[in-house]
Ligand binder design. Structure first.
Ligand SMILES: Nc1ncnc2c1ncn2[C@@H]1O[C@H](COP(=O)(O)OP(=O)(O)OP(=O)(O)O)[C@@H](O)[C@H]1O
Ligand SMILES: [Mg+2]
Length: 357
């Protein structure tokens, strides 16, 4: 059993609340990302799970066992950090064997395990190489092999790709995810990169100032952001000022300019008061596409167009509020010049209403 349960996990340094009352359940075999801006408490949370940082309050359970008082070496955890943590004075095989030697395994055993670990990370035949002769991606693979060779119950990764260039990061992202799935190892992955979190994770916990603000699948986080912070941190969103006319049953009716619209609702929003309507640029329909859906339409003025190859982005003005619409660059679709007016709209399921505060 290797599920992880964090209960009210808290860490304060003097007046700094690095992590505040984080309660989470991570299922066995799950790939869980902790995503958030710099300083929000991701690494501190991970280090508490690993046992390197003592919590000020709260408990950590792994596989049903309370590990809070245990030192790191008794927790059966593998951790890989952002900076390549491989020893430059040892070759790759010696690096990987390091943890096994500490465990006093026999030479034959170690040799077999090291070979298997090298195969696992796609570095068969690299045993004799030194750090200086390895690319950044290969070094991170060695760091992973060194951890996996000890067969940990839990894998903790703290921004393992952030030192790599973009192309390598893309490649390693899928590679790590595949390896994790193959091994079925419960994994917590710390990142501030939303693309990494969205593409790799089974679930994501979005952190802000020591709290987990929302925990859910990538689809839930992207399509049903619970707060304005999550909305703004994950992808791009239009956030429009509207008046809430009616709210209940997961649905709300709002007024934007002079148009009455429907939107999805998750939190209580006071009727009659101002609220924020959140809509992703790719969900703003323009012209004939908008008209064909039969939804209430708004009149927008085109402020500008940006050509992005596969996509076109329009900056629009609706009654003094700016929003962005993004559409596929396809030949059969109409285009608009700056200054043109165009009807826009969206299906109510794609819009969400959040409290203004
Ligand atoms: N040993 C420490 N002593 C004092 N304050 C600390 C210590 N470690 C972390 N902090 C503070 O706790 C907060 C959370 O830090 P943490 O390293 O967990 O953030 P993070 O989300 O990992 O950020 P980053 O993305 O920059 O790595 C920060 O304000 C940080 O300055
Ligand atoms: Mg960190």
């Amino acid at each position: 059993m290797s599920d992880i349960r964090l209960e009210n996990l808290t860490k304060t340094y003097g007046h700094t609340h690095a992590v505040e009352a984080v309660t989470l359940k991570i299922e066995e075999g799950e790939f869980y990302a902790l995503l958030g801006p710099s300083g929000c408490g991701k690494s501190t949370t991970l280090r508490m799970v690993a046992g390197f940082v003592m919590p000020s309050m709260g408990r950590i359970w792994i596989g049903g066992q309370d590990v809070t008082p245990l030192p790191p070496e008794k927790r059966d955890i593998g951790i890989v950090f952002q900076n390549y943590a491989i020893f430059p004075h040892m070759n790759v095989a010696e690096n990987i064997a390091f943890g096994l030697k500490l465990r006093k395994q026999s030479r034959a055993q170690i040799e077999t395990s090291v070979k298997a670990a090298l195969d696992q990370v796609g570095l068969t035949g690299f045993g004799d190489r030194y750090q200086r002769n390895l690319s950044g991606g290969q070094q991170q693979r060695v760091a992973l092999a060194r951890v996996l060779v000890t067969k940990p119950r839990i894998l903790l990764l703290d921004e393992p790709l952030s030192a790599l260039d973009k192309a390598l990061r893309e490649e390693m992202k899928f590679w790590i995810k595949n390896l994790q799935q193959e091994l079925g190892i419960t994994t917590i992955y710390v990142t501030h990169d939303q693309d990494e979190a969205l593409t790799m994770s089974d679930r994501i916990g979005v952190m802000r100032a020591g709290h987990v603000e929302q925990s859910g699948t990538p689809r839930e986080i992207y399509e049903e952001p619970a707060t304005l912070f999550v909305t703004s941190f994950i992808g791009q969103s239009n956030v429009l000022d509207v008046t809430c006319l009616e709210a209940g049953e997961g649905r709300a009716t709002v007024r934007l300019a002079d148009t009455v619209l429907k939107a999805g609702l998750r939190h209580r929003v006071p009727v009659g008061a101002g609220a924020k309507l959140v809509i992703r640029p790719e969900n703003v329909l323009m012209g004939a596409e908008a008209e064909a859906t039969g939804v209430p339409l708004l009149e927008a003025r085109v402020l500008g167009e940006t050509y992005q190859g596969a996509m076109l982005r329009y900056r629009l003005d609706v009654a003094g509020q700016e929003l962005v619409a993004e559409r596929q660059n396809q030949m059969h679709l109409a285009c608009w010049e700056p200054g043109a007016t165009v009807k826009i709209g969206w299906t109510p399921e794609r819009a969400r209403l959040l409290p203004a505060g």
